[in-house]
Design a protein around this ligand. Structure first.
Ligand code: FCB
Length: 488
């Protein structure tokens, strides 16, 4: 998510067992969804096939200097052609749910007008293959690949894009609604709005703070309108959105640090959660954003639309941020996606400091207690809704050693720790119903190109050969056991 400029500070853990014992003491509910996630532009490839239109990521990847190594999603991991093999891998792992995204420009090439049947057929084939394998399909309708034609008309800062999104959502829902019951509208509106339109590290690469806030609002509005349209056709479907939430700690109890934590929590978490679940934007965040004219974007009735009842909230969790409001801390001491955005929107005086924790290959601090904190906070402070972890995982620069499967002990430790935190939340009464690890396969990691690998399954990008890593075997063991063993 952040730009590929920050350092790498790896950590070593002790060996974890390679499988859970059959009678797992930390048992998860019997109907728990054990899944893995991907997104269209990151895995599909086939960007020029069967009538797909260009997306903002196709354009962005072709803009020199935007993506590490000049990588593109043109081929990605060729999932468009290899989905049957990938579904077989999922079945081997024992997954009972798969989160993928529908590529808007594949099914509606210019973002409006009729659907492209060949594109729709791909998702029909995928969904049918999943159902046949006993794996529940969990599509997300927007994982960042806006049709370029809509960006040419102004993109997410334009209100009309929200209505275009709702139309597209209704159309694809009509096509697949007979066989798909769980739907997520948008993925991580924070990233789409602020990395896309404020820091410019993601497509479409604009650096326009005021426009980025309009984008945030229109993404939320698009979500609400889409839910309304989908609900009308299939009231029994389970609908929601996936947001990226962080645990936030002040660097000290000094007033400036506490205020920095409030601001970052406001922009990162509450700006999205509050309208979605409470039907209003948080007052303090509105005040922080006043100088950017945010309030004038919000028209009468918008927050009611955004606040459509939802059945499920997707939580994407990776890390904790430790923040300071001390103006003397100017260096961006740590790697956090937020640290690159904060100078642009509403948190000019916030600094991100090293929380002293081990980090993944992305430089992101590992802190499973933050996941527990995020889940229990949702349960405590917001109206009840089923929770799903729709993304959680760890990226590294992994190099295979001949034919030996990748021994990704660090990833196993990361997943193990976060699943334990999830279990603890469930024990405490949090309605957490499923866990989708990011990611099933190594894939195109946005501005990092192919340099960072998050998969349970290694992909050789030259041959497209898939080889499960140790973590894949470990995860399969956890799923088989229905939970985790006690820690040794
Ligand atoms: C999330 C994205 C996902 C992936 C992970 C590492 O922000 O939703 O596509 O890139 O980060």
């Amino acid at each position: 998510m952040s730009s590929p400029t920050q350092g790498d500070r790896r950590h070593g853990h002790t060996q974890a067992g390679q499988g859970a014992s059959p009678a797992a003491p930390l048992a998860f509910p019997a109907d728990f969804r054990w899944g893995a996630a991907t997104a269209a532009y990151q895995v599909e490839g086939a960007t020029n096939e069967d009538g797909r239109g260009p997306s903002i990521w196709d354009t962005f990847c072709r803009t020199p200097g935007k993506v590490l190594g000049g990588d593109t999603g043109d081929v990605a991991v060729d999932h468009y052609h290899r989905f049957r093999e990938d579904v077989a891998l999922m079945a081997e792992l024992g997954l009972n749910a798969y989160r993928f995204s529908v590529s808007w420009p594949r099914v509606q090439p210019s973002g409006s007008g009729p659907l492209n049947q060949a594109g729709v057929d791909f998702y029909r084939r995928l969904v049918d293959a999943l159902l046949e394998a006993g794996i529940e399909p969990w599509p997300t309708l927007y994982h960042w690949d806006l049709p370029q034609a809509l960006e040419d008309a102004g993109g997410w800062p334009e209100r009309d894009t929200a209505y275009r999104f709702a139309d597209y959502a209704a159309l694809i829902h009509r096509e697949l609604g007979d066989r798909v019951a769980h739907w997520m509208t948008i993925n991580e509106p924070w990233c789409a709005a602020f990395l896309g339109y404020a820091s410019g590290e993601h497509a479409p690469g604009r650096r326009e703070p005021a426009a980025s806030l309009r984008a945030a609002h229109h993404l939320m509005l698009g979500h609400g309108e889409a839910v309304r349209a989908m609900r009308a056709r299939h009231p029994e479907h389970r609908l929601g959105a996936a947001v990226n939430l962080y645990a936030i700690s002040p660097a000290s109890q000094a007033e400036a640090d506490l205020d920095a934590a409030r601001r970052v929590d406001g922009m990162q978490n509450r700006l999205f959660l509050d309208p979605l679940l409470r039907g209003r934007y948080p007052e303090d965040v509105l005040a922080d954003l006043d100088h950017l004219g945010f309030a004038s974007t919000i028209l009468d009735g918008d927050t009611e639309v955004i606040n459509q009842p939802i059945d499920q909230l997707g939580v994407n969790y990776y890390s904790r941020f430790t923040v300071t409001g001390d103006p003397n801390v100017t260096a961006q001491a740590v790697s956090s996606p937020y640290s690159t955005v904060s100078p642009w929107v509403g948190s000019e005086h916030v600094g991100f400091v090293d929380g002293g924790r081990p980090v993944t290959g992305m430089g992101w601090e590992i802190d499973e207690t933050g996941l527990h904190e995020v889940l229990t906070r949702l349960h405590r402070e917001y109206p009840p809704v089923d929770l799903y972890i729709t993304e959680n995982g760890a990226g590294y620069d992994e190099v295979p050693n001949g034919d030996t499967p990748i021994q990704d002990e660090e990833r196993i430790q990361y997943l193990d720790a976060h699943l334990r935190a999830s279990h603890q939340a469930i024990t405490g009464g949090v309605p957490l119903r499923g866990y989708f690890t990011w990611s099933l396969l190594d894939n195109f990691e946005w501005s990092w190109g192919y340099s960072k690998r998050f998969g349970l399954v290694h992909v050789d990008y030259t041959t497209q050969r898939r080889v499960p890593k140790d973590s894949a075997r470990w995860y399969a063991g956890v799923i088989r056991a229905g939970g985790l063993p006690e820690r040794e």
